[in-house]
Design a protein around this ligand. Structure first.
Ligand code: NAD
Length: 247
């Protein structure tokens, strides 16, 4: 479904990002995954190359809080592969601290990675996509971008912003043949969720009509669809992949 396409996936070393990288490779794309540390990036790339030596997968670890480093890393992908067809902004962090105890520095940290870093990756990528006549930008939002969440206000706030950026850029970039969409996962089995106490997870499962937590592959499938030509008339969408959870 992505034969001949070149994709960049941030937060590609584990969880939803790693599953998306793998899904894209299985479907013929060449992928550059971004992670936060050289060690974890190399480990992820090595494991994928071991799984299938024919896959073209590389890694980079720019500081996503530094616009220049990000622009440099994006530029290197274009230099090496000649284009960027798909950008998946997936790196993100969450926190569930109550407002009274919320350290303002943590609020900045969440907004910097979950929102500002998207702006930093998108800006240089759009220039490349415009030159080549189009492209596809995908952002990882969350079900809390629709429902909010009862504590940890920074995280849902950041994901509402992701939806705002997605819908606005879809309108701005549509005339340049650049589609912009988001996937809003429900609770998904990754490290982010493993860190939550079981007492919080079990009641959550009861709120999910499909009565299970999502797998990273469930989310990767949505990214694959939106990145592919099957979604050629879909832009400005926030696709819920959450088993019909309504909290
Ligand atoms: P995860 O913790 O398993 O993976 C997070 C990824 O982000 C990792 O690859 C990590 O290297 C990267 N990352 C973290 N901090 C970084 C930093 N400072 N700089 C660069 N990269 C950094 O989490 P996940 O569950 O796979 O989350 C991926 C995305 O999905 C996030 O945007 C998250 O908000 C979103 N999401 C997750 C769930 C869930 O239940 N797991 C639900 C909704 C949305």
């Amino acid at each position: 479904m992505l034969k001949g396409k070149v994709a960049v996936v941030t937060g590609g070393t584990r969880g939803i990002g790693f599953a998306t990288v793998k899904k894209f490779l299985e479907n013929g794309a060449k992928v550059v995954l971004f992670g936060s540390r050289e060690e974890t990036v190399k480990k992820a790339v090595d494991s994928l190359k071991t799984e299938n030596p024919n896959w073209t997968v590389e890694g980079a670890w720019p500081d996503l809080g530094d616009a220049d480093q990000v622009a440099d890393a994006i530029g290197k992908v274009k230099e090496k592969f000649g284009k960027i067809d798909v950008l998946v902004n997936n790196a993100g962090i969450s926190q569930s601290t109550r407002i009274e105890d919320y350290d303002p520095a943590d609020f900045d940290k969440i907004m910097n990675l979950n929102v500002k870093a998207l702006f930093y990756t998108i800006q240089p990528t759009v220039k490349i996509m415009k030159e080549q006549g189009g492209g596809c930008i995908l952002n990882t939002s969350s079900m809390v971008s629709i429902s909010g969440q009862p504590s940890g206000v920074g995280y849902p706030t950041s994901k509402f912003a992701v939806n705002g950026m997605t819908i606005s850029l879809a309108r701005e970039l549509g005339p340049s043949n650049i589609r912009v969409n988001a996937v809003a996962p429900g609770i998904t089995k990754t490290d982010m969720v493993a860190a939550l106490p079981d007492a919080m997870i079990q009641p959550l499962i009861q709120t999910i009509p499909l009565r299970r937590i999502g797998e990273p592959e469930d989310i990767a499938n949505a990214f694959l669809f939106l990145a592919s030509d099957l979604a050629s008339y879909i832009s400005g969408a926030v696709l819920s992949v959450d088993g019909a959870t309504r909290v």
